[in-house]
Design a protein around this ligand. Structure first.
Ligand code: ADP
Ligand code: MG
Length: 395
């Protein structure tokens, strides 16, 4: 079902509650990376330009006890936001009460206000992360409409996303809209051929993703550490590679279910230690005793490049090898290159480490979309309904 976006709302003179993702890394009270604040600017600027009053909510870090609040205030974020917007931003150091209500009442059209860390509400009884209905209702009472632009928390039902949305007309912000369009679009209405590439460390983290994509994709290329649980299922030697013994039967059934769709690596870059400082050897098929497979080999890169040729939709989750070590980064680089060379294809990366790998290896602008939500994008790829998305009003 298509969701309303911020463009569908009449914002002039409205108090617009916005759930953003300002969960930035902080060191000694200083923001070390402001990407997430920058990413929220298009939605905030749009609201200002339309004459709305932007009232921003976000969580920051984990807050369970009074002590956890230390260093988790959104005050430095509001300051940085003000620099980026080149206009004053009001910060309210509380999540409810008279000061907040008065500050909102005093806002003029086009003003911006940041509410204190929503997770400060978790200290007495998980009100935010438990989606306490009173809290959602209270926050909703502070505004006229709600815009959800925080995809990274969309897989959780919290008061600041689902709670507010259940009490107000709501819409997706521009970031959220992009995630729904590209991840949702790729999985649910792919242009074919649709090739999925799955890697990463463990099968157990990705069972849901593999099962869903077996149903949807035309081809599934497997790489990364999970390769060797599949190898074990086929009786191929794995040496001392990463393996999940309790998932071998599951791997067998996935191989059966997927049939010809599932394509396993044909060679591996192997080493005797999990280290970048030992010699490497490429082995076709079985990994010899005493060695572990830490990347897909050159023949597999060729094979995957061929399989990707002509693809119109590509969804990638999980690096092909231990890309953090240069000796085992070639597989991930090779797949990035193969994807970069595709013409007229929608190419999407979902998953925290896969996104980091593509960015770190210099391929950030070669993909149609790199998802910003690690856990949320995985659950989206599993075909789950994300409560944060579901709660946005339908078009
Ligand atoms: P994502 O965050 O994109 O979903 P994962 O968290 O599942 O990806 O996997 C990422 C990790 O998998 C990386 O840290 C990488 O080093 C590791 N990995 C990839 N290939 C192997 C391998 N052959 N053996 C061990 N670990 C691997
Ligand atoms: Mg990960």
């Amino acid at each position: 079902m298509a969701k309303k976006t911020v463009r569908d709302l009449d914002l002039q003179g409205q108090k617009v509650l916005v759930r953003v993702d300002f969960n930035v890394p902080l060191k000694d009270g200083v923001i070390t990376n402001d990407n997430r604040i920058v990413a929220a600017l298009p939605t905030i600027n749009y609201i200002i330009e339309q004459g709305g009053k932007a009232i921003l909510f976000s969580h920051l870090g984990r807050v369970k006890t009074e002590e956890d609040k230390d260093g988790k205030s959104l005050a430095p974020v509001a300051e940085r936001l003000s620099e980026l917007l080149k206009k004053p931003v009001t910060f309210v150091p509380e999540t409810r009460g008279k000061e907040l209500e008065n500050a909102i009442a005093n806002m003029k059209d086009g003003d911006v206000l940041v509410v204190e860390n929503t997770r400060f509400e978790d200290i007495d009884g998980k009100k935010e992360s438990g989606n306490d209905s009173e809290l959602g209702k209270y926050w909703a009472s502070l505004g006229d409409v709600f815009v959800n632009d925080a995809f990274g928390t969309a897989h959780r039902a919290h008061a600041s996303n689902v709670g507010i949305a259940s009490n107000l007309p709501s819409a997706a912000g521009f970031l959220m809209e992009k995630e729904i369009k590209f991840i949702g679009g790729a999985v649910d209405e792919p242009k074919r051929p649709f090739v999925a590439i799955l890697g990463g460390a463990k099968v157990s983290d990705k069972i849901g993703v593999i099962e869903n994509l077996i149903k949807k994709a035309d081809k599934i290329l497997i790489g990364g550490g999970m390769t060797y649980t599949f190898y074990a299922a086929k009786g191929i030697g794995i040496g001392k590679s990463l393996v999940e013994s309790d998932k071998i039967d599951l791997a067998k059934s996935l191989i059966e279910k997927a049939g010809d769709k599932l394509i396993l690596p044909v060679d591996s870059v192997c080493a005797a230690e999990f280290s970048n400082d030992v010699p490497t050897e490429v082995h076709e098929g079985a990994v010899p005793e005493g060695f572990m497979g830490l990347d897909i080999g050159p023949a597999t890169i060729d094979l995957f490049t061929k399989e990707l040729d002509g693809a119109k939709t590509v969804v990638w989750n999980g690096p092909m090898g231990v890309f953090e070590m240069s000796n085992f980064a070639n597989g991930t680089i090779g797949v990035c290159e193969a994807i970069a060379n595709l013409e007229n294809a929608t190419t999407v990366i979902g998953g925290g480490d896969s996104a980091a790998a593509a960015i770190q290896l210099g391929f950030a602008d070669k993909f149609t979309h790199i998802s910003t939500g690690g856990g949320a994008s995985l659950e989206y790829l599993e075909g789950k309904v994300l409560p944060g998305v579901a709660s946005i009003s339908d078009k």
